[in-house]
Design a protein around this ligand. Structure first.
Ligand SMILES: Nc1ncnc2c1ncn2[C@@H]1O[C@H](COP(=O)(O)OP(=O)(O)O)[C@@H](O)[C@H]1O
Ligand SMILES: [Mg+2]
Length: 251
């Protein structure tokens, strides 16, 4: 068996009170890979991420992780009573050397360009700034794997565009294995090494798409445009898919 993996699911199923959400799902994610999971709302993306993180036990099958894992959620995960500095510091709890910790904190604040906001509280920041703090916390210390559940979906469009670029930049400086959940097709095409298009619940991998152009990728980059077309088609959202469905309904 190939041991070169960061995360592995073997025949994983999970149901909630008889409702099958994951059904016999197998998946291998290699170290350093940026995998994006795209799928319709309610198909089981968050459930899959929670099973990967260990927060949720599978009903059957096995989950194997090699490395330290950090998770970033869609909704504000910062502690409102802690400053930016202390929120990021939570990611550095394992570091006992005070000087090393201070150095690492300073570097992370510089990475996300929020040095001047170190003493601010989350409510004093914009949504985009808060997500940057979350990214810094997730990148702090010795984590190997980042699990991100729609981390930008609550932000406005321009901020989302900026943060995609920011994430690509941060990962170039601090490489990680990434599993990124989104329903945003653009995000998937701009960020992924591999896009897994999921089916309706119970989530199955419908199609898989590889991208090799370096990040950051412009929205108008031909590889991005082509990938978006493929993903839209694989999700059943292309114009021709609608025509087909209407025709079938009409008969
Ligand atoms: N803790 C839970 N208890 C009961 N049902 C749940 C629970 N978590 C998720 N579900 C159900 O599982 C399905 C998939 O949910 P989720 O994984 O959150 O989907 P997604 O993230 O793709 O939108 C939904 O039908 C949801 O209602
Ligand atoms: Mg979700």
């Amino acid at each position: 068996m190939n041991d070169n993996f960061a995360l592995r699911l073997d025949h994983v199923s999970r149901d909630f009170g008889g409702l099958p959400v994951l059904d016999d799902l197998s998946l291998t994610i290699t170290p350093g890979e940026f995998v994006v999971l795209v799928g319709p709302s309610g198909c089981g993306k968050t459930t899959l991420l929670n099973v990967l993180s260990g927060a949720l036990a599978p009903s059957s099958g096995t989950v194997t992780t090699q490395g330290v894992l950090r998770t970033v959620y869609q909704h504000d995960g910062l502690f409102p009573w802690l400053t930016v500095r202390d929120n990021i510091g939570l990611g550095l709890r394992g570091l006992t050397d005070k000087e090393a910790k201070a150095r690492e904190l300073a570097e992370l604040l510089a990475l996300i360009r929020l040095e001047e906001f170190a003493g601010h509280y989350p409510h004093q920041l914009s949504g985009g700034m808060r997500q940057r703090v979350e990214l810094a916390r997730a990148l702090a210390g010795r984590s190997d794997i980042l699990l991100l559940d729609e981390p930008f979906s609550a932000l406005d469009y321009q901020t989302r565009l900026r943060l995609r670029r920011e994430l690509a930049r941060l990962l170039a400086l601090r490489p990680r294995t990434v599993v990124f959940v989104t329903h945003d097709i653009e995000e998937a095409a701009q960020l992924a090494d591999r896009v897994l298009v999921l089916s309706e619940r119970p989530a199955q991998v419908k199609t898989e798409l590889l991208l090799t152009t370096p990040r950051p990728r412009d929205l108008t980059d031909p590889s991005v445009v082509e990938a978006m077309g493929r993903i839209i088609h694989d999700l059943g959202l292309a114009e021709s898919d609608f025509e087909l469905r209407e025709k079938n309904l009409g008969e």
